[in-house]
Design a protein around this ligand. Structure first.
Ligand code: F6R
Length: 612
């Protein structure tokens, strides 16, 4: 939700800001804007719509001279997407410019107070409250850092801010709470950004700002302060990602690239945790704690929640513990039964999803032991949980998740095996066998991504893209995979779609099946194959067009009742969802492509959802 960048150096700032923003568009793309320090004034350029609109208006930045600036790409919360509501926002005095990622919760009260002091507002945004508040204190204190500190003290909510002051042309101030912000060190230049890809081209040396931290920087200097205003030292970290990880690398879209990166992402996530055939997960979940467990909660949002649903099936079977998967947005307000015999696992790619973070904090406050499964290193969820297991998916840029989902699921398998070992619900030999099977997954996914399989999916999608209603049906683990497949279709192809356990369809939704309704049936569980196929027969009898995903050995039988069949390799049953998922991701992608949708940036969405 919104991306911010900042630069102070010796090069022209505008092209660097625009380039950085282009790597953050996944965070929102309702509007974009930059502010560059001119000779004696702050020069703001902003435009509704994609970054390209702004970039074209200012000739890629060439039209805006200046070596210090800030930039923003927006996902609208307060106020509709418009030129006026775009960031940066200037204070009424014109002295202060602000870019902001987050939400100011006491915006109305502060706005009223500032209006009472004679300050005017031009936009509907909560951010303008910050520019005016800093402007107000700057007029009083004549000290830019002190003015920012005074303003921040009065603000409630979440923020990552980049701030300029017209009187200090080489200085940028950055401050954060509950929204991510990194500081990048260059040679005679310094950077801030919401995420690493925005500055990776210029530097690999970064510091992750913590809540309450403030960075005051110029091209050659940086000083960090904590929330009490005391100067602090920040540790420097080296980012190890390849720059190519944040580029499309010959693929038409990030989503397709990331689908194809899944074998590597799975390998990177699984291999380091298995040494000489033994599982080394690197978490402390002792047998003593696990034996006394009352319950495990998985909390997450969207696709990560669907991983949680799969985790419920997986852990209950392997570890014989009671597991609940709860949407993070519901967990917090449901008075969950949590005590110190509860394990709460939060799953998040970004590690900054507001609902997940709030639910995790709630769980901690109730005494649960907490564990996070996170992709973004050093993110808020990772820092908040007692322990973190990272998914090594690399940067995921497409708004719709693919490789992060796959790696989250792989970590769930590893966690299930770790717990089963501690609890003794699976014996050593069985665990060793399962680890061997798990290591086969990357190669099996590779096989699924072969040309002939892609062509098969392309053919199906080219004939079925026009349907506006779809059902995804399956049983047990398959029904949970359907949730993710259906979401992919909804979010990138804008097709109304429902995922339903196949046996449940006849209790209501079957009334929606008519001539031409798309049904995607997952039938990959041998013991349930016949039952699911009976449900396929029921929808076929009512006119549905069925695309059936099943194991290679069942393909022929599935073909007798379905118009289209996609065979997937058989994995160890527990790990089968990782393979059933792949064709569903591809169906979402190719249907969207056929419908002319903007696959990487679906309408109304942003990748990091930092509002509740
Ligand atoms: C769907 C998708 C979202 C995210 C959800 C949680 O393709 O990407 O549903 O899974 O917003 O995001 P994270 O994992 O960053 O907490």
């Amino acid at each position: 939700m919104c991306g911010i960048v900042g630069y102070a150096g010796k090069r022209q700032a505008a092209p660097i800001l625009l380039d950085g923003l282009s790597k953050l568009e996944y965070r929102g793309y309702d509007s974009a804007g930059i502010c560059v320090q001119g000779e004696r004034e702050l020069r703001v350029f902003k435009a509704k719509g994609r970054l390209k609109v702004l970039s074209d208006q200012i000739s890629g930045g060439a039209a805006v001279p200046g070596v210090v600036g800030i930039g923003h790409t927006r996902w609208a919360t307060h106020g509709a997407p418009s030129n006026i509501n775009s960031h940066p926002h200037l204070s009424d005095s014109g002295k202060i410019a602000v870019v902001h990622n987050g939400i100011i919760e006491n915006e109305a009260r502060l706005r009223e107070w500032l209006i009472g002091k004679g300050w005017h507002f031009r936009s509907d945004t909560d951010t303008e409250v910050i520019s005016n508040l800093v402007g107000y204190y700057y007029d009083k204190l004549h000290d830019f850092p002190k003015a920012v500190r005074a303003a921040i003290k009065r603000v409630e909510g979440s923020y990552a801010l980049g701030i300029l002051c017209a009187d200090l042309p080489d200085m940028v101030i950055a401050v954060k709470k509950d929204s991510p912000l990194i500081f990048g060190y260059g040679e005679g230049e310094n950077f801030i950004a919401s995420d690493v890809p925005a500055i990776l081209k210029y530097t690999r040396t970064v510091s992750y700002l913590d809540d309450g931290d403030m960075a005051v920087f110029t091209p050659d200097t940086v000083r960090f302060f904590d929330s009490f205003g005391d100067e602090i030292r920040k540790s420097r970290e080296t980012v190890t990602w390849e720059i190519s990880a944040a580029e499309k690398g010959g693929f038409d879209h990030f989503m397709l690239k990331e689908i194809f990166e899944q074998p590597k992402a799975l390998r990177d996530t699984i291999s380091p945790r298995i040494r000489d055939g033994r599982l080394e997960l690197g978490v402390e979940l002792s047998a003593e704690f696990l034996r006394k467990l009352h319950r495990v909660y998985f909390i997450a949002c969207g696709s990560a929640y669907y991983v949680s649903v799969l985790a419920k099936y997986t852990l209950e079977k392997a570890c014989k513990v009671a597991v609940e998967a709860v949407m993070a947005s519901e967990f917090r307000y449901s008075d969950p039964i949590v005590d110190d015999h509860t394990l709460v696992v939060a799953i998040s790619q970004s590690g900054e999803t507001a609902d997940t973070l709030a639910a995790l904090r709630e769980a901690k406050s109730r005494g649960a032991k907490t564990l996070a499964i996170v992709n973004v290193v050093g993110s808020a969820v990772a820092k908040t949980a007692d322990q973190t297991i990272y998914t090594w998916a690399g940067p995921e840029i497409a708004v719709a998740t693919t490789k992060a989902f796959s790696t989250q699921l792989a970590v769930v398998y590893l966690l299930a095996l770790h717990m089963a070992k501690q609890l003794g619900t699976l014996d050593e030999a069985e665990i060793a066998r399962l680890l061997g099977e798990l290591q086969k997954l990357p190669e099996q996914v590779e096989r699924e991504l072969r040309e002939e399989n892609i062509e098969r999916i392309q053919y199906y999608c080219s004939r079925n893209y026009a349907h506006n209603s779809a059902f995804y049906i399956g049983r047990n683990l398959d029904s949970a995979v359907c949730l993710e497949g259906s979401l992919k279709l909804k979010e990138v192809a804008y097709v109304h779609s429902e995922a339903y356990p196949a046996g449940e369809l006849k209790h209501g939704p079957i009334s929606l099946i008519e001539e031409g309704t798309t049904v995607v049936a997952l039938a990959t569980i041998p013991a349930l194959f016949d039952k699911t196929i009976s449900n396929v027969r029921e929808v076929r009898a009512r006119g549905a067009e069925v695309f059936c995903i099943t194991l290679e050995e069942f393909a022929e039988r599935a073909g007798k009742v379905s118009q289209y069949v996609f065979p997937v390799p058989a994995a160890e049953p527990m790990f089968q969802p990782s393979l059933s998922l792949i064709p569903l991701q591809l169906v979402g992608y190719y249907i969207a492509l056929n419908r002319g949708c903007d696959v990487d940036k679906p309408r109304n969405l942003a990748k990091s959802v930092t509002v509740e």
